[in-house]
Design a binder for this molecule. Structure first.
Ligand SMILES: [Cu+2]
Length: 489
């Protein structure tokens, strides 16, 4: 063991962590491997997936899931999974209004699926547990992009295997552009001043393998890692031009909530939530993202001297404090951008428009720490996920208010993160109060902390069929904290 590594990565301690005045258990990490690498590696930028324009302007992409291996620590090999590569996947870029065809081939020795997280897409092509792809099989979704510019992502969603597959590396970004994103004077050159930042904590065995869920504690608390990968790199460096840069940040972790800031506490502006631009930029010094959430931010390196180094800090809740990556400011000046006053107009859904209110109680049973049967204690409205049960039926073309509650038990005050497929919702209130500006806008995932009650409104348009709602703490999802709603005409 390497003591410096342990310290650098922030050793996990048993005890209570406090977040927003709410405490929940910290847990011990497993193990660690190899020496620290201090901001030597260049940050990997996932390549943009090439496409071929076919008949009627359809954009054809092809995607493959397979096993691979990585060397996160010198001298150690980590078995992984990736899309079109060993770890993570290429960035899929499309435009609003385009028709897209994706030829997916599953080369894994396990069933999997590809879910387009945040995408408003016909139910048959949603890529949830109802669209699993067998070993060796193809899946060929084709759909139209019907939503504004946003940073979405794709990841596996097979019943009981989502957490493991995501942990092994199956995730990628899915970026939508439109006339509004084209027209804004903001950084928009991918990999030059517009960067994907995928944050994922990981835990390793001494032999370099990922230490995925080992026991019921891992299921209840989520697998909490003591190393942080950024785009699949440990402690990477990114050279940035002096000027405004745009970061598209994804909390791609399985179960950790991240509080993100810069080492000099510099302010930045959030310009987009999960589902796209906010009406106006929101000035922040830190940003909280739960698993599955995205945020686009503008950070200004314009007054930094050339050679300046600024780190991205990630506080894992519960868990470690990571110095996740470093930015080195180049002598070269980037394009000059200012922070736009107005980014877009959001069509707000009025509360009066809702035809129905539904309550979703996310519950964890505390009796006896061991779960005797799989998923027995992680429920929504008292039920575990059952593919044969449609939990809710929603009328096509209507709006509904969904009330999401975290009914925390005394000894199991676990956070959750609710994700709805098919729609982008708007948060009406959290515990009776309006959401903070950074959560105002188009959302598909929202953290639900112990004791919280969150009201969201969504409109169910265009497509009928069965979609999922679930906790995006993937160990919770895989163990039953998921349900199905059917949009009916
Ligand atoms: Cu949960």
């Amino acid at each position: 063991m390497n003591r410096r590594t342990l310290l650098k990565s922030g050793a996990l301690m048993l005890g209570m962590a406090s977040f927003g005045g709410i405490s929940f258990f910290r847990k011990a990490g497993l193990s660690y491997a190899g020496p620290a690498q201090g901001f030597i590696t260049d940050l990997s930028i996932p390549p943009v997936l090439s496409n071929v324009t076919g008949k009627n302007g359809i954009k054809n992409f092809s995607l493959t899931s397979d096993r691979g291996e990585m060397s996160f620590f010198p001298g150690y090999t980590t078995p992984t999974m990736g899309y079109n590569g060993s770890y993570l996947g290429p960035t899929i870029k499309v435009r609003n209004g385009e028709r897209v065809n994706i030829k997916f081939n599953n080369r894994l020795d396990q069933r999997t699926s590809v879910h387009w997280h945040g995408l408003h897409v016909p139910a048959e092509w949603d890529g949830g547990p109802r669209q699993e792809v067998a070993t060796g099989a193809d899946w060929n979704p084709e759909f139209e992009i019907k939503q504004p510019a946003a940073t979405l992502w794709y990841h596996p969603h097979a019943m009981g295997l989502t957490g493991e597959h995501a942990y092994m590396g199956l995730s990628g970004l899915f970026i939508i552009e439109d006339d509004i994103s084209d027209g804004l004077d903001i950084p928009k050159t991918y990999g030059v001043d517009d960067f994907p930042i995928v944050l994922q904590d990981r835990r390793f065995f001494n032999d370099g393998r990922f230490a995925y869920a080992q026991n019921m504690m891992d299921v209840m608390h989520g697998v909490v890692g003591n190393y942080l990968l950024v785009n699949g790199n440990l402690w990477p460096n990114l050279d940035v031009t002096r000027g405004m840069n745009r970061l598209r940040i994804l909390n791609g972790s399985n179960s950790s909530i991240y509080n993100i800031s810069f080492s000099d506490n510099r302010p930045f502006h959030q310009i987009a939530t999960d589902g796209g631009f906010q009406e106006r930029p929101v000035k922040l010094n830190n940003l909280v993202l739960s698993p599955g959430e995205r945020s686009e931010i503008l950070v200004d390196f314009g007054s930094d001297p050339s050679g300046a180094k600024v780190s991205l800090l990630v506080d894992q809740m519960p868990g470690s404090h990571f110095e996740a990556m470093q930015f080195t400011v180049l002598a070269e000046r980037g394009d000059k951008h200012s922070i736009p006053q107005q980014l877009t107009r959001i069509k707000w859904l009025p509360e009066e428009e809702a035809v129905k209110t539904r309550i979703f109680r996310m519950e964890t049973m505390s009796h006896g720490m061991g779960m005797m049967r799989r998923g027995g204690r992680l429920t929504i409205n008292g039920r575990n996920m059952d593919l044969d049960v449609i939990n809710e039926k929603v009328k096509l073309g209507t709006s509904e208010i969904w009330v999401i509650e975290n009914r925390a038990a005394m000894m199991m005050r676990l956070p959750h993160s609710m994700h709805l497929h098919d729609v982008q919702f708007q948060i009406l209130d959290k515990n009776g109060r309006r959401p903070p500006p950074q959560e105002s806008g188009r959302k598909d995932t929202v953290p639900v902390l112990p004791g919280e009650r969150i009201r969201v409104i969504a409109r169910f348009d265009d497509y009928t069929g069965v979609y999922m709602y679930h906790c995006h703490l993937l160990e919770h999802e895989d163990n039953g904290m998921m349900g199905q709603f059917e949009v009916v005409s």
